[in-house]
Design a protein around this ligand. Sequence first.
Ligand code: SAH
Length: 345
Amino acid sequence: MDVIEEFIKNQQLSKREYEEILKLWKNPEVFQRLSKEAVKIRKQHYGDRVFTRGLIEFTNYCKNNCYYCGIRGGNSKASRYRLTKEDILECCKNGYELGFRTFVLQGGEDPYFTDEKIADIIREMKSEYPDCAITLSIGEKSYESYRLFREAGADRYLLRHETANEEHYRTLHPSQMSLEERKRCLYQLKELGYQIGAGFMVGSPGQTLSHLAEDMVFLQELQPHMVGIGPFIPHHDTVFAEEKSGSVELTLFLLAMIRIMLPKVLLPATTALGTLDPKGREKGLAAGANVVMPNLSPVKNRKLYELYDNKICTGEEAAECRCCLGRRVESVGYHLVNERGDAVK
Ligand code: SAH
């Protein structure tokens, strides 16, 4: 247990030590100790407030072919859609009325949306909702593209690194993609002044505790403002259709560790966590998470943004999602707030 107390005291460890802690993930006392500390730290910086992000899944076209993802380009069975700029602005209007002050534009890597089109959407969102933060989650782009989006008004960028181990990365992605390129994007986004979010799936095929220890070391080095993690969940039309889902418990254990390592981080209790366990998001908040990301996409498109099987919240209107999440957040003693929810300095 010494290593746990050392981690709590110093908030930083070596890869070997992270792995030592991770080996204890099934031990309830260790989890208790970590999550108690995580909640304490979370309260110091964020009180009992939980931030919301309105997620707008604006295209499920994708030129990439990540083996785990249901909307990968190679999945000929996926039925594809794109929202228009007007659709997107309608989602924002709806969201703004419901109290959202951050909008996340997420999508596959869709060449239809040229840099100019994206910049134009950002500018329009910013001019209509100047008090809102705009987050992009649209994959790997050049430095110039990132700069253009930033100048157009984008504030934040989510780009999970997926795994910090080169070899593991290659087993999850086709050879055109590389961890090096993913990291290049994250560092450049940071340099351009975005608040950046990295992250990974827990229990992706072939993942070991040693890989997760490498993820911890990478996050420690990158110092992102946000970290998105959620369990891997198989999708029936992917190479990994027959693989097992990741563990909810291990995800919660990692959430607590990440909160301790990066005390001020914005840490969502993800939809994937809520998909595998009906109380998953509440448990995430109780393990140190402080963000939820309900869906603002039009209901008719929701089911089609199918990254994995059985994704929750695909049938409700945004207002219902907001109310439902509000209740869930209250049930564990926190409050949803209508703010941008920037990372604290
Ligand atoms: N195209 C964007 C957005 C990707 S979707 C990008 O490349 O960043 C957002 C996240 O969903 C991914 O980063 C991945 O970590 C997660 N995801 C994809 N497939 C998943 C699956 N089968 N189970 C759990 N999470 C998945």
